[in-house]
Design a binder for this molecule. Structure first.
Ligand SMILES: C[S@@+](CC[C@H](N)C(=O)[O-])C[C@H]1O[C@@H](n2cnc3c(N)ncnc32)[C@H](O)[C@@H]1O
Length: 351
């Protein structure tokens, strides 16, 4: 009987162990990111939208060499992205469809950002550990926001990725928190405004302030105009490193604090506190990292991505407390969402 119990316990324990890919797989699959990028950049999925194509015709349509294109697509097909038959005809499948620009769950903006901007930055990870300069800065010659200000094309790739990702996240945020109980919300580092528009849609009386860098303002304003929501929002360009607009009963900051190292993040929080009155609420919307070893691998990957990209970090609850306390803030509640790198952290000023 005891042996049976031990056997059942071992079986349950076994199933509770996280399953990791092998270290061989991790090293050997590094090229997949570039292969997906190449397919995204060449718009292979778009070219296959109306039916399969022979590899020679596809290569001609993409303006690239046939043999290496076959090699790249064959590798992707080996992992379920596109299919290739014995006659080297390539077809779109469900996974390949994610590389269409207009797919609801399109990965294309992310693949372009990763392949063009993050891949070279990740290649400088060791240099960052040695010198403290972010991988992005080493690879692109300037820290991220400075680079986007001087290279609008790269800034546009980032903003397109960010608003596509936020479009997918917003339903989870608006389901997690009752925004319609507020009268004015300032969204800090609002990007193209996808979250702000979703919050405004939850209540006809809610008004918004969009706050971000001046470079992002025209494209954000366009998005509000397309949605017919310009009149419900004021647009303020500025730096949250200097100040944050006052007068709201709700402040939201989504996927921004993780862009910054502790000292700068604390500085931003102090600027938010200066704008808040005693009754206002702050929602920090981003991942909470589980510090235990051996769990939460995807969030920990996001953490190193933030490190080499922006010099920031994904924080645990303990690390957030350490940041919030000197700024005079306390966590009231953490509302989880189904999105792996997103919780809604409700914060208020310490009384
Ligand atoms: C990771 S994005 C998040 C955008 C948006 N909150 C979202 O989740 O879609 C970070 C945002 O911070 C903005 N940002 C960076 N530095 C800033 C600064 N000093 N002042 C205001 N906004 C800034 C960027 O332009 C960008 O839109």
């Amino acid at each position: 009987m005891n042996r049976l119990r031990r056997w059942i316990a071992a079986l349950i324990g076994y199933h509770r162990q996280p399953v990791y890919p092998s270290i061989y797989w991790m090293v050997g699959s590094a090229w997949l990111c570039q292969a997906v990028y190449v397919a995204a950049k060449l718009d292979v999925a778009e070219k296959l939208r109306h039916g399969p194509m022979a590899i020679a015709a596809l290569a001609a349509a993409c303006g690239v060499r046939e043999v290496p294109l076959l090699q790249v697509l064959r590798a992707l097909a080996g992992f379920g992205i596109f299919t290739i038959d014995q006659a080297d005809r390539v077809s779109l499948n469900n996974e390949g469809r994610r590389l269409l620009a207009d797919d609801r769950y399109s990965v294309r903006p992310w693949a372009l950002l990763s392949g063009e901007q993050l891949w070279p930055a990740a290649g400088q990870m060791l240099e960052q550990l040695r010198t403290g300069r972010t991988g992005f800065d080493v690879a692109h010659g300037a820290p991220v926001w400075q680079h986007y200000a001087s290279c609008p094309a790269d800034g546009d790739v980032f903003d397109t990725f960010m608003s596509a990702a936020t479009d997918l996240h917003v339903a989870a945020v608006t389901a997690a928190y009752p925004f319609d109980r507020h009268r004015r919300v300032v969204d800090i580092g609002a990007g193209r405004g996808s979250l702000l528009r979703a919050m405004l849609r939850t209540g006809p009386d809610l008004r918004g302030t969009w706050y971000d860098r001046a470079e992002v303002l025209p494209s954000a304003r366009d998005q509000f105009a397309v949605a017919g929501m310009e009149s419900r929002c004021e647009f303020v360009a500025g730096s949250f490193l200097d100040s944050v607009p006052a007068g709201a009963d709700l402040y939201t900051i989504k996927h921004v604090l993780h862009d910054w190292p502790d000292e700068a993040a604390e500085h931003i929080l102090r600027n938010i506190v200066a704008a808040m009155d005693g009754a206002s609420t702050l929602l920090i919307i981003e991942a909470l990292l589980d510090e235990r070893s051996g769990v939460d691998g995807l969030v920990k990957l996001r953490d190193i991505e933030q490190m080499f990209w922006t010099g920031g970090r994904v924080r645990s609850r303990r690390e957030f407390n350490r940041l919030l306390e000197p700024a005079g803030l306390v966590i009231e509640e953490v509302l989880p969402t189904p999105i792996v790198d997103m919780s809604v952290i409700r914060v208020r000023r310490r009384r």
